[in-house]
Design a protein around this ligand. Structure first.
Ligand code: PLP
Length: 369
């Protein structure tokens, strides 16, 4: 049996007629940039996030960069974030000529550990950027409390967590802004690059809209330095077809996650550490990530059995060559460094079958026995 990490073909087969029709309408309309499809998606995703404003942009990385820029983050500023995330999180900070300041993670959730944030705050700190890794929200209450005390912006990197909630709050509801990625592999994926920022602040929303069109307002008059970063109509039309299914897909991911955990616990007990959904959280399982010993050997073995897996992420950001001038070294964030050696993500997508899951767990079990 072959089990891919992700297979989008069944989802497309189900939605194909609607997709072709909506794309045909966009092409017939000849309106390709910032038209009605983008407006509708912005409205729907903002409402879904319980905030008034959605700003469609070219991708999730630009969403982070534009959110930071609109918040006034600039050269010399410091932004606190996690070293255990996709590069774009810290990349966006560096693109503002600001300095990413890393804080170690909580070993259970893989998210930034709020208890370690305050010791890193200086006169230059302007924002905290938590990442909701694998689809589970960071511990937002203490983060918001620290931010309030020190007058900092909070921008959530929710690229992996659309639909996740924290104590009944949606992503974007508690913070100043949250960013989504609609990269094809994300829980709500376009057929190309796309992203969005959601915010409750009218002034920030307005700045973000200006930045995505070269800082121009009115057209051809430029007061701030922006660039071209727009979500196009074709991608928005595709996302509008998919969006009504998102909650159903999240529920399916959760069922699959529960089944993995039951099967793994039954066959291997404590030998694998399965994901924990913190009480009060609604985890949307962008990834189902376990911690194991001999991780690299396991990955090789599973590959030989036809089971694809991924390592998110093998090299923590504080040890990336591009950030060597920040002066971090091995041993600075032991919990992150351990996670980078032990974490492995198993195949996860809403259409994954019970048979496929059983086979994955059988193969993992065979390796450890
Ligand atoms: C995917 C991702 C991004 C970047 O999104 P793109 O749309 O690929 O630019 C940023 N942060 C995290 C945590 C991600 O997973």
């Amino acid at each position: 049996m072959k089990v891919p990490m992700l297979d989008l073909s069944e989802q497309y087969a189900t939605l194909r007629d609607e997709m072709l029709q909506t794309l045909d309408e966009v092409m017939k309309s000849s309106r390709f940039i910032l038209g009605d499809n983008v407006k509708k998606l912005e409205q729907d995703v903002a409402t879904y996030s319980n905030v008034p404003y959605g700003i469609g942009v070219a991708n999730g990385s630009d969403a982070l960069h534009i959110a930071l820029q609109a918040s006034g983050i600039t050269a010399g500023d410091e932004v606190i974030t996690t070293p255990f995330t996709f590069f774009a999180t810290a990349g966006a900070i560096a693109r503002c000529n600001a300095t990413p300041v890393f804080v170690d993670i909580d070993p259970v959730t893989f998210n930034i550990d709020p208890a370690r944030i305050e010791e890193k705050i200086t006169d230059k700190t302007k924002a905290i950027m938590p990442v909701h890794l694998y689809g589970q929200c960071s511990d937002m209450d203490p983060i918001m409390e620290i931010a309030k005390k020190h007058n900092l912006y909070v921008i959530e990197d929710a690229a992996q967590a659309i639909g996740a909630t924290y104590k009944g709050n949606t992503v974007g509801q508690l913070s100043d802004a949250a960013t989504y990625s609609f990269f094809p592999t994300k829980n709500l994926g376009a057929y190309g690059d796309a992203g969005m920022i959601v915010t409750k602040h009218e002034d920030l929303a307005e700045k973000m809209r200006v930045i995505r069109v070269h800082g121009s307002k009115p057209k051809y008059y430029h007061h701030v330095l922006g660039y071209n970063s727009r979500l196009d109509e074709m991608q928005a039309a595709i996302l509008n077809v998919k969006f009504p299914h998102l909650n159903d897909w999240s529920e399916k991911r959760r069922k699959i996650a529960n089944r993995y955990t039951e099967l793994l616990k039954a066959s291997l007990g404590e030998q694998v550490v399965t994901p924990v959904e913190v009480e009060g959280n609604y985890h949307v399982f962008h990834q189902y990530t376990i911690r194991v010993e001999k991780r690299d050997e396991l990955q090789k073995f599973l590959g030989e059995q036809g089971v694809s897996t991924m390592i998110y992420y093998p090299q923590p950001l504080h040890l990336q060559p591009v950030f060597k001038d920040l002066g971090y070294k091995e041993g600075d964030f032991p919990i992150t460094e351990k996670a980078a050696k032990e974490a492995i993500s198993l195949p996860m997508f809403p259409e994954l079958t019970e048979e496929q899951q059983k086979y994955v767990v059988e193969c993992v079990t065979k390796f450890y026995q």
